[in-house]
Design a binder for this molecule. Structure first.
Ligand SMILES: [Zn+2]
Length: 71
């Protein structure tokens, strides 16, 4: 399957894989603690993106503090 638009992604993890990690965290550590991830609507990927706490988004470069009004 060839896409007409090639997008370079610096990370191997896809959004779905990251989402699965978030869900796995919720299942494995099913206490009141939030997983160490933050989410935002990523304009680069045109979808919600979960990013590790303290890390900038690898796609659009936003950080959690840049996105306080996103959610
Ligand atoms: Zn982003």
């Amino acid at each position: 399957m060839v896409k007409s638009k090639i997008v370079y992604k610096p990370r191997e993890l896809t959004f779905k894989e990251k989402r699965m990690i978030v869900k796995a965290h919720k299942v494995l550590f099913s206490d009141d603690k939030e997983p160490e991830m933050w989410e935002h609507y990523c304009e680069e990927e045109e979808t919600e993106m979960a990013v590790g706490k303290g890390e900038p988004c690898n796609w659009c470069g936003k950080e959690e503090k840049d996105c306080e009004s996103c959610s």
